[in-house]
Design a protein. Structure first.
Lengths: 114, 114
DNA sequence: CGGCATCCGTAAGGATACTG
DNA sequence: CAGTATCCTTACGGATGCCG
């Protein structure tokens, strides 16, 4: 028999889908201190990436409801991205993730292999 | 100028890489209560998946040091997977992720679109 | 400045079959 | 029971170029 679709039911399955994007976590982190403009965001990303790629990632996060896109009607254009309400709640995850990430980095140093 | 490689330096970049696997979070969750055998793991996965796929995911997590594979030398074979030390620490992340995931699911219900 | 349309290459996941 | 080897397919990210 088929297993039921668990997206929107199981918190782990749901969270996993949101986090699979290659840059989602880092973008959320960059926005956690307040609104950031598009180009500024691109500059702060950990790897060089084309604006096309960043644009797509932002679109996904916006569609998922995690971030908010605010467009100022002016020339030259100005667009700011910030965390939505549910995005702000995600900051708790970021905090714990940061802590664990650092511990994991420590762990990596203790390994002889690889 | 080139940006430096941040894996193993930045906790977010590092954590992101670990979590990109399509099933990593859920596997970690399934193992968080103690060792689980291979087939049992497969049965409990949220979607039908071939053992080939599961096997690969487990291999990745094992190589990353998050889980431990214990093989009992017997016929028929018996293999148990469990969380490593750093994997156990990840349970804190799982806990916060679960909480947020549920809030996100609530949020999804409030949306009219999609 | 902040996009979108398009094309392309790669890596990851899935299906199938064989093994100790 | 718990894999590995192989092939196939798809989705995603990256590169390039055009636009308001």
């Amino acid at each position: 028999m088929e297993k039921p679709e668990l997206f929107g039911i199981c918190p782990y399955v749901t969270a996993q889908k949101v986090l699979t994007g290659k840059w989602s976590i880092y973008i959320m982190y960059l926005l956690s201190d307040g609104p950031v403009r598009f180009n500024e965001l691109q500059r702060r990303m950990p790897e060089e990436m084309t604006h096309t790629t960043l644009s797509r990632q932002l679109k996904v996060l916006e569609r998922e409801g995690l971030i908010v896109r605010k467009e100022y009607q002016q020339i030259p254009p100005k667009v700011e991205y910030s965390l939505s309400e549910i995005g702000i709640k995600f900051k708790e995850v970021l905090s714990v993730l940061e802590e664990w990430g650092n511990e994991y980095i420590q762990y990596l140093h203790t390994r002889k292999d690889i």
